[in-house]
Structures are given as structure tokens and as C-alpha cells.
Design a protein around this ligand. Sequence first.
Ligand code: NAP
Length: 285
Amino acid sequence: MFVIAGATGKTGSATAKTLLEAGKRVRALVRDPKKAEGLAALGAQVVAVDLTDQAALGKAVAGAEGVYLLSPPDMAAKDFVTERKALTEKQVATLAAAKVPHVVLLSSIGAHLPDGHGPVRTLYILEQQLRQAGVPATFVRAGYFVENWGAVLHPVKQDGVLPTFFAADRAIPMVSTPDIGAVAARALLDGPRGFRAIELSGPTDPTSNEVAAAFSKLLGRPVKAVEAPLEAVVPTFTSFGISENVASLYREMYEGFASGHLKAAAGETVRGTVSLETTLGALLG
Ligand SMILES: NC(=O)c1ccc[n+]([C@@H]2O[C@H](COP(=O)([O-])OP(=O)(O)OC[C@H]3O[C@@H](n4cnc5c(N)ncnc54)[C@H](OP(=O)(O)O)[C@@H]3O)[C@@H](O)[C@H]2O)c1
């Protein structure tokens, strides 16, 4: 039986569905079982567990063949890295105590690097915590989610403008979440192989200009990528209710991409199959 955390989220639901379609038993960890009725209908055992509750987490992972773990966003955090480090330390101790034989962690591009990548530092720390606790783990180091472009659909549709904090002609490893689900499910089925890292991106590494061109094709009218200065990251993110601390981490992440510091490690590389156009089309609905 495989245990999937964040099963109502984009990657957790994709991982769970892939395993269910392969005929595997799945225990889906959710906060609100009502949000997982679709997974229950597909045969998943749905269990209400808050990932901050270590007693509940320990019970939920007992006897699992493998666990899909993610570190969900916390856009309101006052000190995201410190707070998350304390939480993941407890979660890793829970997984170690339960003798979970294999964890597949949703990690990120750049998580092999100790710093200079904003929120990715939490995943660097979590990878280290799993290693130090001796919990066999596969790190799925996903590129920038194509679904992140859903945040700018309004200016894209309204004004034909794709605002971007990337240099418009810079190629960025991007991946669609169904590809993450497929790769995470595959890794769970493969079982533990010591500590394994998979650098995961989509079929291409598009530039923002190419993302704008794909939107333009889908909408049948011009869409232009317009670079926003990095000084605008914090004011823009905080204007959406994101904490100053988290917004500053995102600025550091964009700086990391801009300087070329934030990039994939050498090693096992996997490219997904879901095209940029497919996911942008799904976002447009
Ligand atoms: N965005 C990127 O470009 C990028 C790139 C690389 C890696 N990542 C990683 O991907 C993660 C996001 O993955 P995703 O898109 O699959 O997530 P998502 O769609 O945002 O969903 C988050 C999931 O976590 C659950 N959750 C949140 N807090 C919880 C708690 N305290 N207890 C139990 N469940 C909780 C949510 O449950 P509810 O439905 O109850 O809210 C939801 O199922 C990021 O946090 C980051 O670590 C992101």
C-alpha cells in the first residue's frame, strides 16, 4: 500500500491516480475528506491527517510500502525556512520511527544547492534530514511548474501581456504536474534505491517568450512577454497577501534563476511528456 500526502493537491492527486490506475492500493492523506471524493470513487482509502500532527501521520504511514511526501506552501509564514525546518524535522523523525521503507519526496530544481534559491532551501534541508535519518528516499527535483502561469491569466487574456520575472529569452526548466505524478508514481513502484535524485523537467525548457507565443496560439491573438524588474517581486507578491518573508524568498529564487546559480544538478534526468500547450490550454479552460 502506498501513502500519498497532499492527495488533494496537484501533484499528490496525480500520483494517487496514476497508482490507482496501475491497480495499486492507495491511502490518500487529506485534511478535508470531502475534497477527496473523486479519489475515494477511484478506490483510494481516504484518511484525514494534518501533516503537522505527528501521531496521526505515524499511524497513517504504518505498514506503507512507500510514501509520497511534499512540503506544501505556506504563503503567510513569518520565517518560512526556520518554521518549515522545525516541522520537517518532526515529520522525518515520524517516518524514521515508523520504519517507512521508501519516501518519494517532491523536491525542486536546485535543491542540491545549500542556498541562493529562496524557498528551495526548505527542500535542500528536507533532503538532508531524510539522508541523516537514514530514510531511503527518492528526490523528485521538479522544475518550475507550468501551472504557475495560471497566476497571470488575467493580464494574458485581458491585455495580451504575460508578465514575467524571468529574462524573457531565458530558457527555464518547466514541468507540468501530471508529469510529476507519473514520475513520482513510477519511483514509488521502483522502490528504494538508496538515495536517488531525479532531475525532472518537461519536454522542452521554454523561455517566457515561448510561453507567451503558446498562449498567443491558444487564444488566437497576440500575447507578449513583458519583463518585470526583480525590485517588483516583493511588492507584487505582498500585494496578493503573501508575507514579506516569503516574498523576499521568491525574489532570491528569481535572482538565482537570473544569475544561472539555480539550475539542475548533473545526474539522472527525466523529461516529461506533457506539452507546454496542453497545460496552458487546460489553464485557459
Ligand atoms: N510551484 C513550483 O514551481 C514548484 C517547483 C518545484 C517544487 N515545488 C514544490 O511543490 C509543492 C506544491 O506541490 P503541489 O502543487 O502538489 O501542492 P498544492 O496543489 O499546492 O497542494 C498542497 C497539498 O498539501 C495539502 N496540505 C497543505 N497543508 C497541509 C497540512 N498541514 N496537512 C495536510 N495536508 C496539507 C493540501 O491540502 P488541502 O487541500 O487541504 O489544502 C494540498 O493537498 C511546493 O510546496 C514545493 O515544495 C513547487
